[in-house]
Ligand binder design. Structure first.
Ligand SMILES: C[S@@+](CC[C@H](N)C(=O)[O-])C[C@H]1O[C@@H](n2cnc3c(N)ncnc32)[C@H](O)[C@@H]1O
Ligand code: SF4
Length: 451
């Protein structure tokens, strides 16, 4: 696989990660009505009752300065109980609206730091959500864990509540890098949490790593990977650091000059990829690696991989309801996002209303393009939609020829598929199918860089 510095420079542009389509900056607020989105949710649940839940638990005890997530830093644990009550109230509001009983397939607790909440509050949350509900035969409950803020009691409680997958935030193990992002985390503590989770019975261990962080080098990446090898996670999410200082103020504590260059970032990814493939992992989509027998690798090979706001997933429920401040829901033909500010979220729920701040109702064109863009992101396959404007189609054909010449796409049994190099630049390939980007042109300071 060869990607020259010239090609890198050519493809390094700001692009969406396509965890949704249309992407959030392109949602059409003018034509959005929450009541219409709810009607679409009802239609969808009548058609197929499988529903997944994402619960956003936004609190963290200390701020990691690289973090682009929606979080609230506090050491005041009095916030826990009222927040959990708001989430349960919100779920009650949804349940009253649904025309039939949903079948819960997945529950994911994300953050922030879900284990900021005590085991008692997490029990109230999960038993409250599941009270009187049907769960799918093969349900999956998963949780994001910061090793410093997670106790044995947390793990045992979550296991007893049905959780079998944990996603451990690591990012990097090099002390210099961790210091620069204000993250106090040791290998020993991380290892003990992972070992404990395995002993308790968790069968899915994911870890999150990030490349492109301040002060990272190939040596520091090697140092981290050596340690990761000892932890033997089933899945590794290897995220490109999203530098979005216009959105995340803490990222302004370091400057661009502390960050690795694009070429360095790309080399870091290639280096880690080679390492992980040689230790037996399978690359899944653009930034995940999984053991060959992990359900994520199996779904990828079978062409059944899916992508939602949490990244690549085996979850195929057509409806995702997001609960909590800033959560995003995908009702298949509509997206909605809750208020980001905790207080506004809680006061809206307390007044008996859903806390929807914004959203997008998908047009027929959006629905087709969503399928095609997700096919590119999940399968690396290009299919041309029929209903594109002649100008957009001509643009796509021109770009495809360019991608083939640049070694990013190739023909395989009459299908156009991404090459190994193309998989690494899959956001660039998917973006040519995005009519919003095509119509509006690319703008800086909206998306993070593709490399
Ligand atoms: C919401 S965080 C939850 C993890 C948990 N709070 C922790 O810190 O261990 C989920 C993951 O998002 C990723 N993430 C956060 N900010 C990011 C950024 N700016 N660029 C890329 N990935 C990021 C990190 O890998 C992180 O582990
Ligand atoms: S990385 Fe995790 S712990 Fe750190 S600020 Fe972000 S959500 Fe909180």
């Amino acid at each position: 696989m060869t990607i020259t510095p010239e090609l890198l420079a050519k493809y390094e542009i700001s692009l969406p990660r396509y965890t949704s389509f249309p992407t959030l900056p392109h949602w059409d607020q003018n034509h959005f009505q929450p009541s219409k989105a709810i009607q679409l949710l009802k239609n969808q649940v009548l058609l197929d009752p499988r529903v997944s839940l994402y619960i956003h638990l936004p609190f963290c005890e200390s701020l990691c300065t690289f973090c682009g997530c929606n979080k609230r830093i506090t050491r005041n644990h009095q916030v826990e109980a009222p927040y959990i009550q708001s989430v349960l109230e919100e779920w009650k509001l949804y349940k009253m609206l649904l025309p039939t009983q949903p079948v819960i397939s997945h529950i994911h607790l994300g953050g922030g730091t879900p284990t900021f909440f005590s085991p008692e509050q997490l029990t109230i949350l999960i038993t409250g959500l599941l009270n009187g509900q049907k769960t799918a035969e093969e349900y999956e409950f998963s949780v994001e864990v910061h090793p410093n803020i997670c106790t044995t009691k947390h793990l045992k409680t979550l296991y007893n509540l049905g959780f079998r997958r944990i996603s451990v935030g690591i990012q990097d193990f090099d002390p210099k890098v961790l210091y620069s992002i204000n993250r106090n985390q040791t290998f020993e503590k991380t290892r003990s949490i992972i070992e404990e989770a395995r002993n308790i019975g968790f069968t899915g261990i994911n870890v999150d790593l990030v490349y492109g962080l301040p002060l990272q080098t190939l040596d520091s990446i090697a140092y981290t990977l050596e340690k990761i090898e000892k932890l033997k996670p089933h899945r590794i999410a290897y995220y490109a650091y999203a530098h979005v200082p216009w959105k995340s103020k803490a990222q302004r504590r370091y400057t661009e000059k502390d960050l690795p260059s694009s070429a360095d970032r790309f080399n870091m990814f290639l280096f880690a990829r080679k390492w992980l493939l040689s230790t037996g992992y399978v690359q899944v989509g653009m930034d995940h690696f999984a053991m060959p027998h992990d359900p994520l690798s199996i779904a990828f090979k079978a062409g059944k991989l899916n992508r939602n706001f949490m990244g690549y997933t085996t979850d195929i429920s057509p409806t995702l309801i997001g609960l909590g401040a800033s959560s995003i829901s995908d009702f298949n033909t509509a997206y909605v996002q809750n208020y980001k500010e905790v207080e506004t979220y809680q006061s809206t729920i307390a007044s008996g209303h859903l806390a929807i701040e914004k959203g997008h109702l998908l047009t027929e064109e959006d629905v087709t393009n969503k399928r095609h863009i997700m096919d590119v992101m999940c399968k690396g396959k290009i299919k041309l939609p029929n209903d594109l404007s002649p100008e957009h189609l001509a643009y796509i054909e021109e770009k495809i020829t360019e991608f083939i010449n640049d070694g990013l796409l190739q023909w395989e049994n009459e299908s156009l598929v991404a090459t190994e190099a193309g998989l690494l630049l899959i956001r660039n390939i998917a973006s040519i199918m995005d009519p919003y980007l095509y119509r509006l042109g690319m703008r800086d300071n909206v998306f993070s860089k593709s490399i």
